[in-house]
Design a protein around this ligand. Structure first.
Ligand SMILES: [Zn+2]
Length: 93
């Protein structure tokens, strides 16, 4: 399944940039100046945000996107199961 990591989980905007950690190269610095990436600083934070939303300033990482995506799948399966459960209930009568 395709997960769009760059889509903001808060406002749904795709106007987001990747947060790059570590010492930026000159090229990376120029990209940051142009608003293509966001510099996260020289220290890599475990479980820290990987994307920054330019619309609502929300920051998130891929793990959070997957959590939300799998949560939606679980919700879908529950409603399908409920439908079939109701179906069998009716045929038993
Ligand atoms: Zn956003």
């Amino acid at each position: 399944m395709a997960v769009n990591y760059k889509k903001c989980p808060k406002c749904g905007s795709k106007n987001s940039v990747k947060i790059v950690y570590g010492m930026p190269s000159f090229k990376l610095f120029q990209e940051a100046e142009a608003g293509k990436v966001k510099l996260g600083g020289c220290c890599i934070i475990e479980g820290g945000p990987e994307y920054h939303c330019k619309d609502c300033n929300n920051e998130w990482n891929r793990e959070q996107v997957l959590d939300i995506a799998y949560g939606q799948i679980r919700g879908l399966k529950a409603s399908v199961g409920g439908y079939f459960g109701g179906y069998y209930h009716v045929t038993n009568y």
